[in-house]
Design a protein around this ligand. Structure first.
Ligand SMILES: Nc1ncnc2c1ncn2[C@@H]1O[C@H](COP(=O)(O)OP(=O)(O)O)[C@@H](O)[C@H]1O
Ligand SMILES: [Mg+2]
Length: 251
C-alpha cells in the first residue's frame, strides 16, 4: 500500500535518513521502531507531505506522493496523529471530530454556509458520523463532554477518532501510547485491533515493546537514519543488530 524506496532526507548538512526502503502491506499493522532521534517522525513528515525528501520515492498504491501538498495526501487516504497531544480542549468531543472532517478536507465553515439548503442535514450527518467514530474508540455516549475533562488516554483516543474523520485508508500513529498507564495501553491496543479488523491499514511508531510486539505483523527498525532490520516480530526480537542498537540499550 505504502512504499518507500531509497528515501533520504538532509537538513542542511545533517543527514537524517539514508536509503530508507520498506513497504507497508494493505490491511497490516506495521511498526517503526528505533532509538530517539533515529528519524522515525521524519518518515511520517515525509509521507504526509509536511517536508520533501532529498531523494528517493514514496508511493501510495503505486501513486507518487512526492511534491503533493499535505491536504492532497489526506484526500488520497492518509491520516496521522502527532507525538504531542493536539486536541481542542475547550470543545466537545463531537466538535473535535467534526472540525477534523472540515479542516482535513480543506474547507472551513464560513458563515454563509448556514444559509444554504442542505447545510443542516450535512452537519447532522457529520455529527452522527462523529458519534460513530467516538464509539469505535471507546468514547461512545460522551460526545457532548468537553475534551478537557477526558483522561490523558481518552484524549489520545479522541485524536484517533479525529484522524479517522478524514475517512483514511492508512492511519499513521506517532507514539500513540507514550505517557499512558498500562490499563490505557491495553484499551488502545484493543481499539487499534478493532480498527484494523474494519479494513484500515495502521503504520505506527512506538517505543513500548509489549505494545509493538503484541500488535504489529511487521516491524522496521531504524538507527541513525538507516533501516537495520525489517520483518515479523519474532525475527526482529532475535536480530543481533536490533538487540545491539535498541533492545539491549532499553534493558
Ligand atoms: N525540521 C528539522 N530541521 C532540522 N533537523 C530536524 C528536523 N526534524 C528533525 N530533525 C532532526 O532529525 C533527527 C531525527 O528526528 P526525528 O525524526 O524526530 O527522530 P525520532 O522521531 O526517531 O525520535 C533529529 O536529529 C532531529 O533533530
Ligand atoms: Mg519522533
Amino acid at each position: 500500500m505504502l512504499a518507500l524506496d531509497k528515501v533520504s532526507k538532509r537538513f542542511g548538512g545533517l543527514s537524517v535518513l539514508e536509503d530508507v526502503s520498506f513497504a507497508v502491506p494493505k490491511g497490516c499493522v506495521f511498526g517503526l521502531i528505533g532509538p530517539n532521534g533515529a528519524g522515525k517522525t521524519t518518515v511520517f513528515n515525509l509521507v504526509t507531505g509536511l517536508i520533501a525528501p532529498t531523494g528517493g520515492a514514496i508511493t501510495l498504491g503505486g501513486e507518487s506522493l512526492i511534491g503533493k501538498k499535505p491536504h492532497r495526501i489526506t484526500r488520497l487516504g492518509i491520516a496521522r496523529t502527532f507525538q504531542n497531544i493536539r486536541v481542542f480542549k475547550e470543545m466537545t468531543l463531537r466538535e473535535n471530530v467534526v472540525v477534523g472532517m472540515h479542516t482535513h478536507l480543506g474547507y472551513g465553515v464560513p458563515q454563509w454556509l448556514f444559509s444554504l439548503p442542505g447545510y443542516r442535514a450535512a452537519e447532522r450527518r457529520a455529527a452522527e458520523r462523529a458519534e460513530e467514530l467516538l464509539s469505535w474508540v471507546g468514547l461512545g455516549g460522551r460526545a457532548s463532554d468537553i475534551a478537557d475533562n477526558l483522561s490523558y488516554g481518552g484524549q489520545r483516543r479522541l485524536e484517533l477518532a479525529r484522524a479517522l474523520a478524514t475517512e483514511p485508508s492508512l492511519l499513521l500513529l506517532d507514539e500513540p501510547v507514550a505517557g499512558m498507564n498500562s490499563g490505557e495501553k491495553d484499551e488502545l491496543m484493543a481499539v487499534i485491533g478493532r480498527i484494523v479488523s474494519r479494513g484500515y491499514t495502521v503504520f505506527l511508531i512506538e517505543h513500548d515493546m509489549r505494545f509493538i510486539m503484541g500488535l504489529c505483523e511487521r516491524i522496521a527498525v531504524i538507527n541513525f537514519g538507516r533501516v537495520i532490520a525489517e520483518g515479523p516480530p519474532d525475527a526482529i526480537r532475535s536480530d543481533p543488530a536490533v538487540i545491539e542498537a535498541y533492545l539491549g540499550r532499553e534493558e
